[in-house]
Each structure stands twice: as C-alpha cells, then as structure tokens.
Write a protein that binds this ligand. Structure first.
Ligand SMILES: [Fe+2]
Length: 223
C-alpha cells in the first residue's frame, strides 16, 4: 500500500466526520453521492486516479455548507435572492477550505464546479461543456439523483424511475449526455437500502452530543 494514499483517506475521514457532526443530512447525502459517482465512473472505465478523485470529491462536494446557516439550509419555502446567493456560496467555501491542502488542489477544483451546467447557466463560474471537470459532471448527476429521491422534512422524494427520467430530460442542457448514458446503465443497481432513505430522523453523528457539549465524562450525574 502507498502511505500517502492512506494519509489522504485519513484526512478525508476527519473532514467528513466534521461535516457529520455539523450536518448529518449532508453527510449521509454525500456518502450516497460518493457511492453513486463511483458506480458511474466504474461504468465509464475511468483511469484509477480519476476514479479515486471522483470518490473523494463526492464525499466532500458539499463541505462548504458548514459555512451556510441552518435556517437557510433547512428552509421549506422559497428562498429569497440573498438566501439563494448564500446557499450558492457553498461551492466556493468548499473550494477555499480544500484548496489549503496542496494534495487537494485538484479535488478543490472539482468541488468548486459541481453546480456548473453544460449550457453555462450554472455557478459559480458559468463554465460550460468540457470546460467543466469531468469529475464534477459525474458528481452533478449523482447529486441531482440523490437530491430528488431523498425524503426531506418539507417534501417527499420522488421514485428512482421518475428521477432518472428527469435527469434524461435535462441531458445536454444541465447534465453531460455521456455521463447520463452511463448513469442510465447503472442507476438500477444503486443500493436501495441507502437510496431514498435520507433524513429519516434516526441518524446520529459519530460524535455524540454529550461529547460535543461536555469536556468531561459524566460520573454519578456530575460533570
Ligand atoms: Fe452542492
């Protein structure tokens, strides 16, 4: 095994555990997006280094949501323009966090561009077509699929088939048609036990509240 590779995964683990403690829904969502992105990239037969980058970047794609307020992240109604700008800042915040680690520079770029669209109407840089990193185009499809099929407190997720049809409808303008072709071949194999099961209210962060809120172990009711 290559020591650097292990080291990177240890760093990734710390960062996603931080995300889990702050925002369990985004942590769960990102874990599914990582798995779905990996299945798509496997079907695309991408080189091993690209395959690893897709996986790591997918786990971290929404890390910037740490910098967005809960009231906006969980808002049920329509977002105001200012709220929309704040929520959209998550891709830039994520980039700024990850770009500090030289090893993550490429991953940071993938995260920065995961909300770009093929037609250039995405954000933050309005890149279009192949100017968008391929890894970001893969994550965009997996991300949309999971967002549509997940249950949230304010709406029920749609079926796997309806979500796939919606993605196919937007191939070319929003999503890369080549990625969508591979997605279509594999989405039915996405594990159902983790699909469509988000925000079930039973998830607990790895770091329990007790450990977060108290610096000492509770003994005989005294902290
Ligand atoms: Fe995002």
């Amino acid at each position: 095994m290559i020591p650097e590779f292990i080291h990177i995964h240890e760093v990734v683990d710390v960062v996603i555990a931080t995300l889990d403690a702050r925002d369990p829904y985004t942590y769960e969502h990102s874990s599914r997006v990582a798995l779905f992105s990996e299945l798509i990239s496997q079907d695309m037969k991408l080189p091993q280094d690209m395959h690893q980058r897709v996986h790591i970047a997918a786990h971290l794609h929404d890390i910037g949501k740490i910098g967005v307020s809960d009231s906006i992240l969980n808002k049920a109604g329509k977002l105001t323009k200012a709220e929309m700008i704040e929520i959209q800042s998550h891709s830039r915040i994520g980039y700024n966090i990850l770009n500090r680690l030289p090893t993550f520079r490429v991953v940071a770029k993938i995260v920065l561009h995961h909300h770009e669209r093929m037609d250039g109407n995405g954000y933050p840089e309005r890149l279009s077509g192949e100017a968008i990193p391929l890894e970001s185009r893969i994550i965009a499809v997996a991300d949309a699929f999971d967002a549509m099929t997940s249950n949230r407190s304010y709406r029920k997720g749609i079926s796997v088939e309806d979500a796939a049809a919606e993605i196919a409808r937007h191939a070319g303008e929003q999503f890369d048609p080549k990625v969508v072709r591979h997605f279509n071949r594999v989405y039915s194999e996405f594990p159902q036990h983790i699909c469509c099961n988000a925000a079930n209210g039973r998830h607990y962060a790895y770091v329990g509240h007790e450990e977060l809120m108290h610096s000492r172990i509770v003994q005989n009711g005294v902290t």
